[in-house]
Design a protein around this ligand. Structure first.
Ligand SMILES: *[C@@H]1O[C@H](CO)[C@@H](O)[C@H](O)[C@H]1NC(C)=O
Ligand SMILES: *[C@@H]1O[C@H](CO)[C@@H](O)[C@H](O)[C@H]1NC(C)=O
Ligand SMILES: *[C@@H]1O[C@H](CO)[C@@H](O)[C@H](O)[C@H]1NC(C)=O
Length: 413
């Protein structure tokens, strides 16, 4: 099989247009934490699923584990509720209320508990008439709901976009952003805006939101992870330049420690989310997390790349397409190389073998393609904590199928 490498136009130096970024001083590095949705969805059957239904115990358990198993100290600080926490009707004053059976102490008490663990609490709403799960939305109640969340001590809001029109997005997201600001409480604002419309105006979105989902919901499969990576690679000119401190593209949750990914694929997701400067929200069961998944999620060198304070999102710099004789109709992308410049002059590089053709591939990154001015660098494999030596002009290494090699290049003095 032949690999044909194609260099992608170099735009690493594009200026982010963050001059008018949302000015709440929050999320200066990609936010990290835990979010219920991918793993627990809208399971409200606490009789049959006492350990995996959406109730206050689930979030308290996760807070306990984040605080006592090393996550909090590495920067994972948010415990985030997703859909299906509320009652189906507002109360007689028009206020949102938590389901009294599943959250008997209310959201304020849950926030107090989470804060007592040194963590922060996130909640979920929708700008339309209903949430995606059919609970009350904020349409017509924006200021009231913002005030409710602030009074409860909530630290982050994910505002979804079900049951809304295109016009509602244009007005609803800015209105909620303004209403959150007016509460005086610092609340990180996560929008689903671009995921719902055809041609998002990212300049506008970055003025209003701290992070925003661009694409489909993740699910527990490599197909889903690779689909998101491919979307980010193919559409990078549209949204990569807008990532910066306080404003992030969000490729959705980490599914490391769940059921659908091999160990190699779990490392690949972590590596790619680090290169993408992505928010790191785990959606897994921290009470039953396999040791090898925990090690990936707690890899300090990988987290350091993700949290790099310059906040530049990595870009695809090269990819290869393989033509295969056989039944396949069209050539497929077999390898992709992404690079992310880091504060202080290092470069993070992720070399991905998509797994469309079996066997490890030898992947090469040319320093010239990466757009750096130097030609000699020491290379460190950050996922495996190994120095690989000094290289001139390029670096090559074998990469396993559906795997990523994540390296950090430090220019020679
Ligand atoms: C509200 O916005 C102003 C600037 O427009 C900013 O200085 C302030 O920190 C914001 N407050 C909150 C709570 O987000
Ligand atoms: C995008 O939003 C910016 C900032 O609000 C605005 O100046 C610009 O006109 C918008 N672009 C389009 C095509 O609507
Ligand atoms: C998961 O995502 C993949 C890729 O987008 C999609 O093909 C698949 O149908 C999804 N699976 C489920 C169960 O939603």
């Amino acid at each position: 099989m032949e690999f044909q490498f194609i260099s992608v136009a170099l735009l690493l130096l594009l200026q982010p247009s963050n001059l008018l970024a949302l000015d709440n001083g929050l999320a200066l590095t990609p936010p990290m934490g835990w979010l219920a949705w991918e793993r627990y969805a809208c399971d409200i059957d606490c009789t049959n699923d006492p350990d995996s239904c959406i109730n206050e115990k689930l979030f308290m358990d996760m807070a306990d584990h984040m605080a006592s198993h090393g996550f909090r100290n590495l920067g994972y600080e948010f415990i985030n509720i997703d859909d299906c926490w509320a009652t189906k009707m507002r109360d007689d004053k028009g206020m949102l209320q938590a389901d009294p059976v599943r959250f008997p102490n209310g959201i304020k008490a849950l926030a107090d508990y989470v804060h007592s663990k040194g963590l922060k609490l996130g909640i979920y709403g929708d700008l339309g008439s209903h949430t995606c799960g059919g609970y009350p939305g904020s349409l017509g109640y924006v200021e009231k709901d913002a005030k409710t969340f602030a009074d409860w001590g909530v630290d982050m809001l994910k505002l979804d976009g079900c049951y809304a029109s295109e016009a509602d997005y244009e007005t609803g997201y800015p209105e909620m952003s303004k209403a959150l600001n007016a509460t005086g409480r610092p609340i990180v604002f996560s929008c689903s805006w671009p995921a719902y419309i055809k041609t998002p105006n990212y300049t506008r979105i970055a003025e209003v939101c701290n992070l925003w989902r661009n694409y489909d919901d993740i699910n527990d499969s490599w197909d889903s992870v690779l689909g998101i990576i491919t979307h980010y690679a193919q559409n990078q000119d549209q949204f990569q330049p807008f990532a910066a401190p306080g404003q992030w593209n969000d490729p959705d949750m980490l599914i490391i420690g769940d059921f659908g990914l091999s160990l190699e694929q779990q490392k690949a997701q972590m590596a790619m989310w680090a290169i993408f400067a992505a928010p790191l929200f785990m959606s897994n069961d921290l009470r039953k997390l396999p040791k090898e998944s925990k090690d990936i999620l707690q890899n300090k060198e990988v987290i350091a790349i993700n949290q790099d304070k310059m906040g530049k999102q990595g870009r695809l710099i090269a990819s290869s397409i393989t033509k295969h004789s056989g039944q396949r109709k069209s050539p497929e992308v077999t390898n992709m190389v992404f690079a992310r410049p880091l504060d202080g002059g290092d470069l993070a590089v992720a070399m991905l073998n998509t797994g469309h053709f079996s066997g490890p591939h030898n992947i090469t990154v040319s320093f010239k393609d990466a757009g750096v001015s130097w030609s000699k660098a020491s290379v460190r494999d950050v996922m495996n904590g190994m120095d690989l030596g000094m290289f001139t002009d390029s670096f090559s290494a074998p990469v396993n199928p559906t795997g990523v090699r994540l390296v950090r290049l430090t220019p020679a003095k």
